[in-house]
Design a protein around this ligand. Structure first.
Ligand code: MG
Length: 385
C-alpha cells in the first residue's frame, strides 16, 4: 500500500450563511489522498480539510508534509494485517520534526491525518465512527449529543437576526446553542445574551468570546454573566494566558469552555497544570484537526483522563462530519454542529436527523464528505486534477 498522489487546494470558508455578509477572509485547505488500495476496482481516496475558523495550510502541506507520505514505503504505512494504519502514517508525517514550534504545522498535519482516517475507514468499508470504536475499544452508539453553533455578529439588525438564527436551530431539532461575544462593548454583549435568553434557558446557552477579551475584560465579563448560569463561557482570553484562566476558574462559578485554540499536547498539558480547570465542570473544546490530528488528540484525552477528567468533558470543535465521527468513535460528551455556516463543510451528512439535541450518524464508509451534494464536485475535481 502506497500513497500515489496528494492534491491540496485552498478554498474560502465563510462564517456566515448569508453570502452578502463578508466572511472575514477565512480559508481552509482541502486535500485528496489517493492510495494504491482498491475498492470496487477504484483507488481508495481519503479526503480531509483544515477544519474551520482558521486559515489554509496548503504551502506547508505541499512543501513539507505531503512529500514524506509520498516517499513512504508499504512497510511505513500499514498495520500487521496489511491495511493502512493512520497512526503509522502520522509517524511518517512527523519524521525529523523538532519539539516545540507548533505554529500551524499542527494544522497541516491534522489535515492530512483526517484524509488518512477517511481512507482507512473506506478500506475497512465502515463509517469512521465504527473504525474508531473498534480501534479504541469504545462502545457502539448510533447518535451523538450536539449543539448548534453560530450567533456571529451581523452587520445590520444584529439582535433580530441572532434571534431568528436561534429559532431556526431549535426548529431543526437542536436544544442547545452557542453564540459569539467579545467583539463589542460588554453592554452590547449582555444585550445579545439577554436576547438569546428570551428564547432558550441559560442551561441551554453557551457563549464564546473567541479569545478576544484582555485579561481584565475577561474577568469583568465573567463577573457580569455569572448570574445567567450559562452552559459554558468559552475562550475568554488568550489561550496561553494560564494565569488569567486560573483567576477565571477561581472567581467564575459556572462552567468554562477552553482548548479550542490549544494546538498541541505540550500546550494542553500546561493548560491542565496551570489553568486551574475544574474536572467535574469545565468543557474541553480541542479541535482534533487543529492539534496534529487524531493520534495527538487521543493523547490529549488520555492525559486529561490520567489527571482525573472524564472524556465526557470533551466536545470537539469544528461542527462538521469529522468532529461528529470522533465524538461518536471515542465516546466523548458530544460535538459542535455548524449546520448553517462554514459551508460547504459545516454540518453533517445531507438529510442528517437531529432530534432532541442528538444527531444521527452517517452510514457510508469513511467520513462521508463526498456524500454531501455541495462538496462532491469539489472533491471529485480535486482527486482528478
Ligand atoms: Mg470557540
Amino acid at each position: 500500500m502506497r500513497i500515489l498522489k496528494i492534491n491540496a487546494r485552498t478554498v474560502e470558508i465563510s462564517r456566515y450563511a448569508d453570502a452578502s455578509v463578508p466572511g472575514g477572509g477565512l480559508t481552509t485547505t482541502v486535500v485528496a489522498v489517493v492510495t494504491s488500495a482498491e475498492r470496487g476496482g477504484r483507488p481508495v481516496t481519503g479526503y480531509g480539510f483544515s477544519s474551520i475558523g482558521r486559515f489554509a495550510q496548503t504551502g506547508l502541506i505541499n512543501e513539507r508534509f505531503a512529500p514524506r507520505l509520498l516517499a513512504a514505503t508499504d512497510r511505513d504505512l500499514v498495520a500487521a494485517d496489511g491495511t493502512l494504519d493512520p497512526t503509522r502514517a502520522w509517524d511518517v508525517l512527523m519524521k525529523d520534526e523538532k519539539a516545540g514550534g507548533h505554529g500551524e504545522r499542527c494544522v497541516a498535519v491534522g489535515t492530512l491525518d483526517m484524509a488518512l482516517w477517511d481512507a482507512a475507514a473506506k478500506v475497512a468499508d465502515v463509517p469512521l465512527h465504527m473504525l474508531l470504536q473498534r480501534r479504541f475499544a469504545r462502545a457502539q452508539t448510533n447518535r451523538v449529543a450536539v449543539y448548534a453553533a453560530g450567533g456571529y455578529d451581523f452587520p445590520t439588525n444584529d439582535i433580530e437576526r441572532l434571534c431568528d438564527e436561534i429559532r431556526e436551530f431549535l426548529d431543526a431539532g437542536y436544544t442547545m446553542v452557542k453564540i459569539k461575544i467579545g467583539k463589542k462593548a460588554l453592554a452590547e454583549d449582555l444585550k445579545r445574551i439577554e436576547a438569546a435568553l428570551s428564547i432558550v434557558s441559560g442551561a441551554r446557552l453557551a457563549v464564546d468570546a473567541m479569545n478576544r477579551y484582555s485579561p481584565r475584560a475577561a474577568l469583568e465579563a465573567a463577573h457580569a454573566i455569572a448570574p445567567y448560569a450559562l452552559r459554558w463561557f468559552e475562550d475568554a482570553s488568550d489561550p496561553l494566558d494560564f494565569d488569567t484562566h486560573a483567576r477565571l476558574c477561581a472567581s467564575y462559578e459556572p462552567a468554562l469552555g477552553i482548548g479550542e485554540a490549544t494546538f498541541s499536547l505540550p500546550d494542553a498539558r500546561n493548560l491542565l497544570r496551570y489553568a486551574g480547570m475544574r474536572p467535574a465542570r469545565d468543557r474541553l473544546i480541542f479541535d482534533p484537526a487543529h492539534c496534529y490530528g487524531l493520534p495527538e488528540y487521543v493523547r490529549i484525552i488520555e492525559t486529561f483522563e490520567s489527571a482525573g477528567w472524564n472524556r465526557q468533558a470533551f466536545f470537539p470543535h469544528g461542527g462538521h462530519l469529522f468532529s461528529l465521527h470522533v465524538a461518536a468513535g471515542l465516546g466523548l460528551g458530544g460535538s459542535e454542529a455548524n449546520p448553517r455556516i462554514f459551508q460547504p463543510f459545516g454540518g453533517f451528512e445531507d438529510g442528517a436527523v437531529v432530534e432532541d439535541g442528538f444527531a444521527s450518524l452517517p452510514s457510508i464508509p469513511g467520513i462521508g464528505f463526498e456524500g454531501r451534494a455541495a462538496l462532491k464536485p469539489l472533491l471529485v475535481d480535486l482527486a482528478t486534477q
